[in-house]
Ligand binder design. Structure first.
Ligand code: GLN
Length: 312
């Protein structure tokens, strides 16, 4: 795919922000915790990272935001790295068709979450990491810093405290899984590590760079190292394609057709395998918890990449 010269890529990203701004004003900022409810709804940022590790960005792409469920991809990458396919005995591989915090299937499916990108699944993945690392949160923060190349990536203490105070649903999921024997460490310790991962603050630029390993067969352009093996990157992309956008994964696949993961902070990371990692951010969400303007920006990007591929 010939994406053209740097100057035209930069102009492209700027034009995309202008067009996607038309969707600002639709949707609602997440309000399940007070710390996210004051996010400014008028923000919109886009960043792209190309194969050579170069970044192109426009709009509010430098403003750090709460990555929320985007952390589920990092948690999964780390757990697969340390445990390999054994993880799949405890977490499934199929879309849930349910909201990300639903408890219904957990009871009928004996404490085994449908996939690693709903809350219950990510809590099991975090349980793996709590068992594997003495300081899992610090480890995750270090990885986020290394992959993004930004040493000032931080965990937002206010968001973390707010998640903790309003933990009832996630705690219910964790205790239910413990009752089924699918949670091996202390519930409080696992929840705290899970919330800390959601409370990481990163910008579109940080995230486009940090997630580029999924577009580059597992190799990070920032560290120059293989973060995960190529086959693992391919599988994580497959899971993002089927489950990364919660119960709207099918709609999104039809409209955009790229592996992607969203978070209730308004961020979405999308991957064009072999080519690009993209991060869009705009805090107002639709009913499934996906950024309205962010999804629209990705639709525009997918449409234009399709035209480019077909030679216009
Ligand atoms: N911290 C959020 C939660 O656990 C993450 C959910 C999300 O981004 N979808 O509810």
């Amino acid at each position: 795919l010939d994406l053209g010269a740097s100057s035209s890529l930069q102009a492209w990203v700027e034009r995309l922000v202008e067009r996607a701004r038309r969707r600002l004003g639709q949707g609602r900022v997440a309000d399940y915790i007070p710390a996210l409810a004051d996010q400014p709804a008028d923000r919109l940022g886009i960043a792209l990272c190309t194969r050579d590790g170069r970044l192109y960005s426009a709009g509010d792409a430098e403003e750090p935001f709460s990555i929320q469920s985007l952390s589920k991809v990092l948690l999964l990458s780390l757990a697969l790295r340390s445990h390999g396919d054994a993880l799949w005995q405890r977490v499934g591989l199929n879309p849930s068709g349910m909201p990300f915090n639903s408890l219904m299937q957990l009871e009928t499916e004996h404490g085994k979450p449908r996939n690693p990108f709903i809350n219950a699944g990510a809590i099991v993945v975090t349980d793996h990491l709590v068992g594997a690392y003495a300081t899992p949160v610090k480890h995750l923060q270090d990885i986020a810093r290394r992959l993004s190349g930004n040493p000032s990536v931080l965990i937002d203490r206010e968001v973390l405290a707010s998640e903790w105070r309003h933990r009832a649903r996630n705690a219910a999921a964790a205790y239910l899984m413990q009752a089924f024997g699918n949670l091996h460490n202390e519930v409080d310790q696992v929840l705290e590590a899970y919330f800390a991962s959601c409370a990481l603050r990163m910008s579109c630029r940080d995230l486009a760079r940090a997630f580029h390993y999924l577009a580059a067969e597992g190799r990070s352009p920032t560290t120059g190292e293989a973060f995960i093996p190529p086959a693992m990157a391919q599988r994580i992309n497959a899971l993002m394609f089927t489950s990364g956008m919660y119960d709207a994964a099918g709609d999104f696949a039809y409209r955009v057709g790229l592996p992607a993961k969203s978070g209730v902070g308004g961020g979405i990371v999308a991957i064009v395998p072999g080519e690009l990692s993209i991060c869009v951010w705009s805090p107002a969400l639709d009913a499934s918890g996906n950024s309205v303007a962010g999804q629209y920006a990705l639709e525009l990007i997918a449409e234009e990449l399709g035209q480019l591929r077909r030679g216009r």
